[in-house]
Ligand binder design. Sequence first.
Ligand code: AMP
Ligand code: MN
Ligand code: MN
Ligand code: MN
Length: 301
Amino acid sequence: MLTTVNIPTNNKISIDLHCHSVNSDGSHQVKEVLDMAKANGGNYLALTDHDTVAGVTEAKMYAKEIGLNLIGGVEISVTWDGNSLVHILGLNVDETNLNLIENLNKLRMQRYLRGQKIAANLAKVGIQGALAGAMKYADSEESLSRTHFSRFLVDSGHAKPGKAFDKFLAQGKPGYVSQTWASLADAVSWIKDSGGVAVIAHPGRYKFTRTKLLRLITQFKELGGIGLEIISSSHSKDDAYSMAQIAKNEGLVGSVGSDFHTADEGYRKIMVGVNYPLPDNMCKAIYPLLGIPEPVYKTIT
Ligand code: AMP
Ligand code: MN
Ligand code: MN
Ligand code: MN
């Protein structure tokens, strides 16, 4: 049987444009994340913590020491179309831009208050101590995330690994608290005004109908958004192909990212810094817009 493989001919280029540290809901310090990316062969890494650029300065300094190219990034929480949660990545943003920092801080200030409400909801279904429990995993009140609640719920035996969202934390489940994050227009403008490019993160995760996804994309493009994340740990291979097709049709560039949060998850293994190529002959890649040389692949059959 013949199999086809893509071999990078300039295999020094390994690109990962989406990952997290303890500055949001990742479980590793910035330096640990970068060390892991480097050890996995990474060359270009964007640190994209939720609603903060707090780790980027440290990341850029440490990246220089270890010979990694660090791209300043952020993943902004957006409430769109009433009550849909969408994540917008800002890549190449200037981490010293005051407008960006101040607006992100306002979003982060809502997190602890929401955490108190999540804990109150969980108490109603018999789970006590969730706020203190979740805070044990969080670096600060402003970074408190549903991910930290999910770790608490799994470690305290209330949910099986990987099931805390389905059981308690996803929309419609007992612990869920609705929250108004940034508008799509604000998120894209903060990113653009700080010199970055905006990308819709993990579009396959939202489970939107095609019509709704295209409506999001149309609005996003009108606002100046340019990219769609194609490769993501939230995407199946089929998701990646259909998103690459949509990106091509819609004239968006494709992005790639692990969405790495932790090396300790147990039930699945997501690696940071590893390059997964975009599907062949489909959308254009985001790389030139970030000053990244395009990897060249040789197909061997
Ligand atoms: P928050 O910003 O606090 O609402 O938390 C959202 C985060 O929870 C995302 O960035 C993911 O890291 C994580 N998350 C969301 N949905 C799921 C899910 N179904 N399974 C595992 N993690 C999830
Ligand atoms: Mn996250
Ligand atoms: Mn996300
Ligand atoms: Mn993410």
